[in-house]
Each structure stands twice: as structure tokens, then as C-alpha cells.
Design a protein around this ligand. Structure first.
Ligand SMILES: CCCCCCCCCCCCCC(=O)SCCNC(=O)CCNC(=O)[C@H](O)C(C)(C)COP(=O)(O)OP(=O)(O)OC[C@H]1O[C@@H](n2cnc3c(N)ncnc32)[C@H](O)[C@@H]1OP(=O)(O)O
Length: 157
């Protein structure tokens, strides 16, 4: 995908996140995007788990990996929605950066390793510093996990 990912507009100080930091060579380097440039309400990301992401059962991904992916996709979606609401280019200052305050996940079925996973997000509420995001993770047409996140925008100081 040649579009710029949300995480690629994070400033250098925020570019080392284990889940999505572009400058963390040991991390997952997740990249999140708008699903559709005409309708900026839904977000999407892809990730293919490697064999070492196993939770112990061969060919099934570790739950912590799933949580990490949803975590980073959710906070990135919140930041993108906040910039969009303000009509500003993502990454412009003052920065609008969100952290996870709470994340609830339902693991619906085992998540396969070696297949491309699709993460979807939707910011259902954005009020003051608080965002609510619904999340899902699928392998093909198989829904493997859903989540709900509360993300809070860091204070400017
Ligand atoms: C580690 C930081 C790195 C930063 C890099 C960012 C880029 C990285 C990108 C990748 C990142 C990857 C992701 C990661 O891994 S981020 C890392 C994991 N997350 C954290 O480390 C966050 C730790 N927690 C905090 O810093 C504070 O508690 C925060 C900032 C979250 C709130 O403390 P603060 O004092 O600032 O806020 P407030 O008390 O004025 O509340 C404000 C509003 O929020 C509501 N609320 C608060 N908590 C909860 C809750 N648990 N459930 C539901 N709602 C909650 C509260 O009711 C209020 O709403 P309202 O009453 O106004 O309606």
C-alpha cells in the first residue's frame, strides 16, 4: 500500500512503540489506514503472524499479540479521527496523541498463524479527550476477535 499510514505521521519521540513504532526494529510495525478516503469513519490494518507468534498451540496466534494489534490500531484510529474532526493534517502540531485507558477483548475463535489478518476499527464516540473505539480482527471471512477500547488523549504538556 503506497498511502501514508497513521503511524508514519507520529513524531520521532512516539515512533518506538513495540506494536506500531516505525523505528522499533524488534516490534510489530503495524500500519493503520482509513478504509476509504471518501468516508473517513472506518480504519483498517493488516498483519501476518509469524510462527514465533504462537501461543503454544501450533498454528494459533498468542492472545497477547492480538491484544497488541488491537491496542495499536485502536489508538491510531482515535488519533486519526481526532485530527479529522478538527480538519487538520495528521501529525500537525499541537499533536493529538492517544493512549489506551481500557481495552476489552472477546477472543471468539483461534487466530491462525501465517495468514493475513485484517483489523478494523471505528471510533464510535469522541468527546473532549476521550474516544471509544470498536475493533475487530478477522482471518479471511472468519471473525476471530472483537474489542472495545477507551483511549484518552494525552494532555499537551
Ligand atoms: C506510554 C505513553 C506513550 C505515549 C505515546 C503515544 C503514541 C504511541 C502510540 C501507540 C500507543 C499504543 C497504545 C498503548 O499501549 S499506550 C500504553 C498503555 N496505556 C497507558 O500506559 C496509559 C496509562 N494511563 C494513563 O496515563 C492515564 O490513566 C490516562 C492518560 C489514560 C488518563 O489519565 P488523565 O488524568 O489524563 O485523564 P482523566 O482522569 O482526566 O480522564 C479523562 C477522561 O478519560 C476517562 N478515563 C480515564 N481512564 C479511563 C478508563 N480506564 N476507562 C474509561 N475511561 C477512562 C475519564 O473518565 C475522563 O472522561 P470524562 O469523565 O471526561 O468523560
Amino acid at each position: 500500500m503506497s498511502k501514508k499510514a497513521f503511524q508514519d505521521s507520529y513524531s520521532a519521540e512516539f515512533s518506538h512503540c513495540y506494536g506500531c513504532g516505525r523505528d522499533n526494529p524488534h516490534g510489530l510495525q503495524l500500519k493503520s489506514y482509513w478504509l476509504n478516503d471518501e468516508d473517513k469513519t472506518h480504519t483498517i490494518a493488516h498483519f501476518t503472524p509469524k510462527p514465533y507468534h504462537t501461543g503454544g498451540v501450533p498454528n494459533n496466534a498468542y492472545g497477547g499479540l492480538i491484544a497488541s494489534l488491537l491496542d495499536c490500531h485502536g489508538t491510531a484510529s482515535a488519533a486519526a479521527a481526532a485530527y479529522e474532526t478538527q480538519g487538520r493534517k495528521m501529525g500537525s502540531t499541537p499533536v493529538l496523541r492517544f493512549v489506551t485507558a481500557s481495552l476489552s477483548i472477546d477472543f471468539l475463535r483461534p487466530t491462525p498463524i501465517g495468514e493475513e489478518l485484517t483489523l478494523c476499527g471505528k471510533v464510535t464516540q469522541l468527546k473532549d479527550r476521550k474516544a471509544t473505539i470498536t475493533l475487530s480482527l478477522s482471518a479471511g471471512n472468519m471473525l476471530c476477535a472483537t474489542g472495545t477500547m477507551t483511549a484518552v488523549r494525552l494532555k499537551s504538556e
